[in-house]
Design a protein around this ligand. Structure first.
Ligand code: SF4
Length: 180
C-alpha cells in the first residue's frame, strides 16, 4: 500500500509510522531470538492491486511472512454477491485461529469485530477454558453439521474461504479430512 492510498482509504496520515513500528517489532523479535511468527496481510481490493507485488517484495525483504487476503463479507457485514463463491465447508478459523479483540475478549474469528459471538473475557477466564469451552464447542458443532445458516455472523460470511478446506462430508456431517 502507498502512503497516499492509505490516507485516502483510512482518512488519516501515519502510514510511515506504522511501517516503522512493524520493522522495529521484527528487529526486536530477532534480537530476542523469538520464534513468534510476524506476518503482514495484503487486502486485495481493486485500488490496492497495482501495488501487490511491491508490497510482497518489500515485506519479504524484511523477512516477514506475507498473506494475501481476498475480499470477504466480514461476518455478513458487506454484500459481495457479485463475487460469490458457492463452496461451503466448516470455517477453519473456529479450530485454528484464536482471535483476541481490543476489548480483551476471545472472539470466534477475525470477523467478529464487535464481539457479537465472543467466547468470553480473557480477564475473567483462561484462554484454554474459553477456547475449549461449551460456547466454542457448540459453534464448531453447528459448522460440522452444516448449520452455519443458523449463525447470523456466519450465514453469508465468506471469510472461511480464506483458509483451505480441511474437511470432508461423510454421511450427515463434516469430519476433519483423514480423521476416521
Ligand atoms: S464463517 Fe465467517 S463469521 Fe463465521 S467463524 Fe468463519 S470467518 Fe467467522
Amino acid at each position: 500500500m502507498e502512503p497516499d492510498l492509505y490516507k485516502k482509504m483510512v482518512n488519516r496520515n501515519g502510514f510511515e509510522r506504522i511501517v516503522d513500528r512493524i520493522i522495529s517489532f521484527e528487529r526486536a523479535k530477532m534480537e530476542l531470538d523469538s520464534e513468534t511468527l510476524l506476518s503482514v496481510q495484503f487486502l486485495a481490493f481493486p485500488e490496492n492491486l497495482p501495488f501487490k507485488q511491491k508490497f510482497i517484495d518489500y515485506w519479504r525483504s524484511h523477512n516477514l511472512e506475507v498473506q494475501i487476503q481476498r475480499l470477504h463479507s466480514w461476518g455478513n457485514k458487506f454484500d459481495l454477491d457479485k463475487d460469490r463463491d458457492n463452496r461451503r465447508y466448516p470455517c477453519p478459523y473456529l479450530w485454528l485461529y484464536p482471535t483476541v479483540t481490543h476489548t480483551g475478549k476471545l472472539a470466534t474469528c477475525f470477523a467478529d469485530f464487535y464481539d457479537e459471538m465472543a467466547y468470553g473475557s480473557l480477564e475473567e477466564s483462561s484462554m484454554e477454558s474459553l477456547w475449549q469451552g461449551e460456547k466454542a464447542f457448540a459453534l464448531r458443532e453447528k459448522h460440522l453439521n452444516a448449520k452455519w445458516g443458523a449463525i447470523t455472523l456466519c450465514e453469508n460470511c465468506e471469510g472461511f474461504l480464506c483458509m483451505e478446506n480441511g474437511f470432508e462430508y461423510r454421511g450427515d456431517r463434516f469430519i476433519v479430512k483423514g480423521f476416521d
